[in-house]
Design a protein around this ligand. Sequence first.
Ligand SMILES: Nc1ncnc2c1ncn2[C@@H]1O[C@H](COP(=O)(O)OP(=O)(O)OP(=O)(O)O)[C@@H](O)[C@H]1O
Ligand SMILES: [Mg+2]
Length: 246
Amino acid sequence: MNNPNSEINTSQHHGNDNNKSTCPVIQAQGIKKVFEEGDLNVEVLKGIDLTIEVGEQIAIVGASGSGKSTLMHIIGGLDDPSSGQVYIDGNNLFSLQDKKRAQLRNRFLGFVYQFHHLLPEFTALENVAMPLLIQGDKPAIASAAALSILEKVGLKERSNHKPAEMSGGERQRAAIARSLVANPACVLADEPTGNLDSKTADMVYSIMLDLNRDLKTSFVVVTHDYHLAKKMDRVLTIKDGMLQEL
Ligand SMILES: Nc1ncnc2c1ncn2[C@@H]1O[C@H](COP(=O)(O)OP(=O)(O)OP(=O)(O)O)[C@@H](O)[C@H]1O
Ligand SMILES: [Mg+2]
């Protein structure tokens, strides 16, 4: 963490380690977020510190509007905080130029958005293969990996469908497959099973737990499902702009 330089720090990495290292995957310090609405300033996050270790599973619960998605976007580098810092594998995310920041995100993080954000003009297979294509994998390799993970989430038969031709739950599973395909160090999932029946949700979580066990993938999952939250290493909640351990 002592090296918040402007280049991506890969010094902790060793060989073909699939993006895993020993320093915290994500460390957020003093995160504040103020939304300005006309004359009104709404302070949604009031100084949040959060460290996510390699292999850690964290659930974030909390009332609607409490700032869960806002926090996820900031620790995932999708939105800037009003103040505070985020380090991804020791790299100061907000000191990097956009291109380097995108590279770091693509390499270390998988993101499942609250609203799936699949690209409408591409098939499920192409959507899932996208993170691998962006990082420069050959199309045949990316497609094979995408098909394999689509099969795991039960979508092999839908791989050539575009999002508009899929159900809400199928889209959500495709988005989950996309977040996992590049074997990220940490998956940030914002209500990933909100549209799924309990059996399908359990299937998705068992895939996540397998990855956690086999590859030490860290997970931060926003959920309203306390049954699931209790299975994670830590349960956090956001209340009055602050993070609390439950
Ligand atoms: N771009 C924005 N501009 C202004 N206010 C915003 C913006 N994004 C979020 N907010 C406000 O910040 C607060 C937190 O929103 P956020 O989406 O983080 O909540 P949440 O905890 O994810 O809620 P939910 O459980 O409903 O998804 C809300 O009051 C929301 O209105
Ligand atoms: Mg939300």
